[in-house]
Design a protein around this ligand. Structure first.
Ligand code: B12
Length: 252
């Protein structure tokens, strides 16, 4: 029963993504599930700190949490490599894939609700507090709990398809089967110290081996927004740390 629902959810997400406006920029999504009662969620709330909330504070009846990752195509990754300004393709993929994630999440939540389950969708982004630059919900922490990947030096969650891409989350009252967590370390720096491509690529040196200055990074994103002032809608993007290393893009 659980397995059947999990499979139906995965097919729904992949099908919806294949028909979305984001398909021009992305590859088929990875889908994973976690349990709202997983003790790792207590750890996430502790590590991220306020305003981050436990899934059951967001939806008290939450049991199964659906996480999905929409990986970018190689052309999108390549377009943003190198020391120049952020590419227009990176901006367009950000806008189109955010819209696709919001559409997929809302329609999945409606589908589950039509089957008598409780469900609710988290927004793709821009749900963060400007004082702390943290959101009430962390998509990539949920994807970590679901076993979709592991964190790299660039702070991205690196999946088996790379880290260049975007995440979505849907909370449900259904019980869903959690997949196994990867044991392989996907970040070369964490493996043997042999790669620092993301640190070198950050135009404002916001990334360090033992920390990240999210305010410096945010400043750069705001400056980049000005760069695209005549692009409607615009967006605060950079992604140089995402595309720099071998962890950006992988094929299975
Ligand atoms: C606020 C925010 C920002 C802020 C702060 C970013 C930050 N790193 O804290 C600013 C505006 C600077 C920013 C910048 C960017 N962002 Co942003 N941002 C968000 C947002 C809205 C909330 C993230 C948040 O609350 N951060 C607070 C930190 C502390 O939490 P966290 O980063 O989510 O997760 C941390 C913990 O889980 C912890 N952790 C590490 N190890 C472990 C181990 C265990 C066991 C546990 C429990 C936890 C844990 O470290 C994680 C990484 O910092 C999310 C969307 C969302 N709601 O999730 C997108 C999001 C994180 N951003 C994203 C992206 C792509 C970017 C940019 C590349 C910009 C761009 N699109 O071009 C840069 C990259 C900066 C970077 N290197 O992290 C993507 C990341 C996708 C990915 N592949 O991982 C997200 C998930 C949006 C999405 N829908 O996909 N962002």
């Amino acid at each position: 029963m659980e397995r059947g629902l999990a499979q139906a959810i995965e097919e729904f997400i992949r099908d919806k993504a294949a028909r979305s406006g984001g398909r021009e920029y992305s590859r088929p999504p990875l889908v994973g599930f976690s349990d709202a009662g997983d003790p790792m969620y207590d750890e996430v709330v502790r590590i991220v700190g306020p305003p981050n909330r436990h899934p059951r504070e967001i939806m008290p009846s939450a049991r199964g949490i659906v996480s999905f990752f929409v990986p970018f195509r190689k052309e999108v990754v390549d377009s943003n490599r190198g020391p120049g300004p952020v590419s227009e393709t990176w901006l367009s993929s950000y806008l189109a894939v955010n819209e696709a994630i919001n559409d997929i999440s809302r329609s999945l939540a409606s589908l589950l609700a039509s089957q008598g389950l409780e469900a609710s969708a988290a927004p793709a982004t821009h749900d963060f507090d400007l004082e702390t630059l943290k959101a009430g919900w962390s998509h990539r922490s949920a994807a970590l709990v679901a076993g979709l990947g592991r964190f790299g030096l660039n702070r991205m969650l690196i999946t088996r398809l790379g880290c260049a891409g975007r995440y979505g989350t849907v909370f449900t009252s259904a019980v869903l089967p959690r997949g196994s967590r990867p044991s392989e370390e996907p970040c070369r720096f964490r493996r043997d110290g042999g790669c620092r491509a993301c640190l070198k690529a950050c135009p404002v040196s916001s990334l360090g081996a033992d920390g990240f200055d999210r305010f410096k990074c945010h400043g750069r994103l705001q400056a980049n927004k000005e760069l695209f002032a005549d692009h409607t809608p615009s967006g605060d993007v950079c992604g140089k740390c995402v595309v720099a290393g071998p962890c950006a893009y992988r094929e299975i």
